[in-house]
Design a protein around this ligand. Structure first.
Ligand SMILES: Nc1ncnc2c1ncn2[C@@H]1O[C@H](COP(=O)(O)OP(=O)(O)OP(=O)(O)O)[C@@H](O)[C@H]1O
Ligand SMILES: [Mg+2]
Length: 616
């Protein structure tokens, strides 16, 4: 909002609103609990252009809330007016459309004075001294001189002490204190250039600092990202993608996390409209929708998103605590959020989560391997060479992998290095395969571990989807000997009913008497498949999704099909196959998360490795 540029300027005059405007202001309870009082006071401080806001509470805010700021202050002889209902300095005329500040009703201080003992001390910018005023339910005191270098302090004591019925609705000190902290964190996201602190002074002898945020400098995004790192931690920061989009009087910016950083509940979701803290179903629904198939149903992304809307296109005057807004064009807003996030998620493909290294796991790494263990391993080792199961598997179409498609065994794993070093690619050069399941690759910056099956499954899924979206056909691979697959009658009927759709996916079959099918072609993208397992699985998916709309039925089919791709865990891959998989992953950023929202690639920085060995 427009507050910051007013810092150090003389305060605007406070005046009484005309009754016409008063009648248009959303009526109802302004202050319900300590956190709503803190919200009103901090918003006033932000409107006054504060660069530092210090909040102190006791007993969860029930006995004390103090908010001190260094903003432009209030002129001494306007202090009584500031405490009157419907008196504000923030509206030009009586126009409720052109709202440029967080406040506009002129009600918050009056509402607080009506339910608590309130002391207001302020020194207006340019004034020679400060002044104070006290108020409480049904009374406003007189203005007296006071000491304060600059800005305003509002102190609220014994909230609701005169209205025991409302006091009863408050929760424990702890819960109310947490709600205050949560509200202040949200407010702090809206103003990275302002320093914030929260102190619990329940025990005056031992005040506790709950929050301490320094003022961030610099441009919007870097400042916001540092503020979010301070509030939400480095894990959020390293998984956060920058979001920026705009359309017809609406702009969206902020950060949202990669699907791999999802949470079990919609906890870290912070949404703002024109700098206001809001809880908006439309926005949270759009956030959910944007991640759609990137996350399983019970996982939630973390995000901090700011929507800036031309004042005429959003109504902020619909809720007494201003927690809700109404958009002129909700469809456009939803669309903007979904496409803005989708773009960010697409562009952020090479942003990999670091291997989560808890202090415990780092300690485990540091444990040196005992010489005795090495001797034992050496003694047990079979003569060098690959076993029977080492038959490499042709995972990717042969041309792409650059290897022979005649099924001849590939050379064993000690291949010469690939002709073209891919060291500067984000996923680096494949060095070896571990447990026939993971690819270990080296990049200039460190090492990357890839879960081969999960990554390949995602790749196949994305390609199937893309081809479908283009209205194209998946190439099928003709089976030399058609596969006769016996199924139970409902499964057989379900598959036959969708025969054309399957044909467009490269899966061609026909009835073969009774409840058997004759499989003639399988999707080339999957590589060699177990026809029976594939058909049975697809029939299950069809039967399970019978009631769903067509699109989600098709999604379920594509996802089930992708699962049958030939790069399974336990397949040994040749060097060229591993590198081909890495290159394809780079070309398809969505592949860095599997279809179930887990990561498919982990990165360990060289510097971390060096730290593990105590080299740094
Ligand atoms: N911390 C502050 N610094 C400077 N002026 C303040 C401060 N707090 C309140 N004021 C002045 O007192 C007036 C009344 O504040 P109050 O919060 O009651 O109403 P408002 O902010 O105008 O509207 P709203 O009820 O929507 O919050 C404000 O318009 C502003 O001029
Ligand atoms: Mg206000």
């Amino acid at each position: 909002m427009g507050g910051h540029d007013h810092n150090m300027q003389a305060p605007r005059r406070i005046r009484q609103l005309a009754s016409d405007a008063i009648n248009r202001i959303a009526a109802g309870e302004v202050v319900e609990r300590p956190s709503s009082a803190v919200k009103e006071l901090v918003e006033n401080a932000l409107d006054a252009g504060a660069r530092r806001i210090d909040v102190t509470i006791a007993a969860g805010g029930k006995t004390l809330i103090r908010v001190a700021d260094d903003g432009h202050g209030i002129v001494a002889d306007e202090l009584p007016l500031a405490l009157c209902r419907h008196a504000t300095s923030k509206l030009d005329g009586d126009d409720l459309v052109a709202i440029r500040f967080l406040g506009f009703r002129g009600e918050a201080l009056a509402a607080l004075a009506a339910v608590a003992r309130l002391t207001l001390v302020s020194r207006a910018a340019g004034a020679a001294e400060a002044a104070a005023i006290e108020a409480g339910p049904g009374r406003i005191g007189s203005v007296r001189p006071a000491a304060r270098a600059r800005g305003t302090v509002v102190e609220i004591r014994d909230l609701f002490h005169a209205t025991p019925a409302r006091l009863k609705f408050l929760r424990s000190d702890r819960a109310e204190g947490q709600a205050v902290a949560d509200m202040l964190r949200r407010l702090a996201m809206t103003a990275p250039a302002t320093a914030f602190s929260l102190t619990d002074a329940s025990d005056p002898a031992r005040p506790r600092r709950l929050l301490d945020l320094e003022a961030e400098t610099g441009d919007l995004f870097p400042a916001l990202s540092r503020r979010l790192r301070a509030l939400l931690g480095p894990a959020f920061a390293s998984a956060a993608l920058r979001v920026e989009a705009g359309r017809e009087g609406h702009r969206l910016h902020g950060f949202a996390t990669l699907p791999t950083h999802s949470r079990g509940a919609a906890l870290d979701q912070y949404l703002f409209v024109n700098g206001r803290v809001v809880r908006d179903r439309l926005l949270s629904g759009a956030l959910r929708a944007a991640y759609g198939d990137l996350l399983p149903r019970d996982r939630h992304p973390a995000a901090c998103l700011f929507l800036v809307v031309e004042p005429a296109l959003v109504d902020v005057n619909v809720h007494p605590a201003k927690a809700e807004v109404r958009f002129r064009d909700p469809g456009l807003v939803r669309n903007l959020v979904v496409t803005g996030l989708r773009q960010a998620l697409g562009a952020g493909g090479h942003h990999m989560p670091a291997a989560p290294a808890s202090p415990g796991s780092l300690r485990a790494f540091r444990r040196p391997v005992a010489p005795a263990a090495i001797d034992a391993a050496r003694a047990a080792q079979a003569p060098a060479g690959l076993g029977e199961e080492a038959q490499p598997f042709l995972a990717l179409p042969a041309q792409e992998a650059g290897i022979r498609g005649d099924g001849a065994p590939h050379p064993p794993a000690d291949l010469p290095p690939p002709p073209e070093e891919a060291g500067d690619r984000p996923l680096g050069t494949a060095r070896l395969q571990l447990f026939d399941t993971y690819i270990l690759a080296q990049t200039p910056a460190g090492i990357v571990l890839v879960d081969q099956h999960a990554a390949h499954e995602r790749l196949v899924y994305e390609r199937l989807k893309a081809t479908r979206a283009r209205g194209g056909r998946q190439p099928g691979q003709i089976l030399l000997i058609p596969d006769i697959v016996e199924l139970d009658p409902p499964a057989c009927a379900a598959l036959l009913a969708e025969r054309d759709m399957f044909a467009s996916l490269g899966l061609v079959f026909e009835p073969f008497g009774g409840s058997a099918l004759c499989l003639r072609e399988s999707p080339a993208i999957l590589g060699p498949v177990d026809g029976r397992a594939l058909l049975a699985d697809l029939a299950d998916a069809l039967l399970a999704e019978q009631e769903s709309p067509l699109e989600s039925r098709i999604d379920a089919i594509l996802s089930r099909m992708a699962c049958h791709g030939s790069v399974r865990a336990g397949r040994r891959l040749a060097q060229a196959e591993m590198d081909a998989l890495l290159r394809e992953m780079e070309a398809e950023p969505a592949s860095l998360t599997c279809n179930h929202g887990r990561p498919t690639a982990l990165h360990l920085a060289r510097s971390d490795i060096e730290r593990l060995f105590g080299r740094r």
